[in-house]
Each structure stands twice: as C-alpha cells, then as structure tokens.
Design a protein around this ligand. Structure first.
Ligand code: FES
Length: 200
C-alpha cells in the first residue's frame, strides 16, 4: 500500500509550527490517533485487523513535502508513526544530552541491537539526523503524546508531552520525565531513496 503521493494521502497530517502553513489532511484513523491524546491505545488497538494481516503490512512515505520544523503522522499496522523533520536546534538539544541524564539509556530502535545506547545518532535516521521516525505511543500506559499538531505543548524538552500522566519526551523521543519508563520505540524502516522511507 504505497503512499507515493503523500500530499494526497488522507491518513497523513502536516504540521508546521514555524510558518503555521496549514496543510492538514487528517483521515479518520489519523484523527483518532492524533486527537485522541487522552485515549489509551489498547482501546483503539482492539479495532485493528488481526495480526496475520498486519504482519505483512509495510508503507512507503514520501518525505519530500515535509520541511524543516514540520511533523507528520502516518498510520502503520494500526499505530501512529510520528515523523519529525527536526531543526538544527532540536538536533543540537538532543545531541547535548548525556546518557546518564536519561531515564531509559537504550535506543529502543528496531533497526539496531537491543543493547544500543540511546544516543541521538542511534535514535535518528542513519546519516540523516534531521529525521526522527518513531511509534507515537507513550510507553507508560499507551496514550498518544502531544507534540505533532500545531500549537501542541511539547513539554519542557521540546519533544512530546503525554497529557495522561505528564510524561515528557525530548527531541529524540527519549523520555525525560516519567512515569513512562522507556523511550518511544523506533519502528523498522529504511530510506528507499533520498526522500522516501519504507516502514515495516
Ligand atoms: Fe503517557 Fe501515562 S500514558 S504518561
């Protein structure tokens, strides 16, 4: 199910905090994911297709329309995938964090070893550090954190804020204030061209 032209894909939303260019295309599924910040994920997950169907699913996402400072959310296997085109400042903020400042020192990156440390390089796309691709589900009890939409409060670390119990994530998606115990997870993905990724 390729999204070769994501600008017309109704499951993708575009947010731009810097210019507030309001290109927001939100399908019903994405709206449930993005807007349902107070909804526990397992409730939504019950409506998903069975695992045997989902296990084959992968999606292609065209990142070309996503400018620096913008974020989009796509759905993959029934889960919201947060994709942020980070600014230079957001990258620097994440790189400046020492591992001993982190609640969870592991990268939680499906593309790396389980023991990989949670450096910014191990969280960001390989050789494309402006891009952060992760499963947008809080690791506490499964709420959908805020930080993707225009005007969202992103927490004191500039990443994402989970309104359910106050967890905060930095610009690499690493939990900095609990009760969430782990960083948000990085799904399996790879760049298939300079501007396209395949998730799954
Ligand atoms: Fe996110 Fe509890 S579900 S802080």
């Amino acid at each position: 199910m390729a999204n070769s032209d994501s600008s017309t894909d109704p499951s993708i939303s575009y947010d731009d905090d810097s210019s507030r260019r309001d290109v927001i295309l939100i399908g019903a599924a994405a709206l449930a994911a993005i807007g349902g910040a107070a909804v526990l994920w397992p409730l939504l997950d019950q409506m998903n297709p069975d695992a045997s169907t989902l296990s084959l699913a992968s999606i292609d996402v065209d990142l070309a329309p996503v400018e620096e400072g913008q974020a989009i959310t796509v759905m993959w296997r029934g889960k919201p995938i947060f994709i942020r085109h980070r600014t230079a400042q957001e990258i620097k903020d994440a790189e400046d964090v020492k591992l001993d400042q982190l609640i969870d020192p592991l990268a939680r990156n499906a593309n790396l070893a389980d023991t990989a440390p949670a450096t910014d390089a191990n969280r960001a796309a390989p050789d494309k550090e402006p891009w952060l691709v992760m499963i947008g589900i809080c690791t506490h009890l499964g709420c959908i954190p805020k930080g993707q939409s225009i005007g969202d409060y992103k927490g004191e670390f500039g990443g994402w804020f989970c309104p359910c119990h106050g967890s905060q994530y930095d610009t690499a998606g690493r939990v900095r204030i609990g009760p969430a115990p782990e960083n948000m997870y990085i799904p399996p993905y790879a760049f298939s061209s300079d501007t396209k990724i395949k998730i799954g």
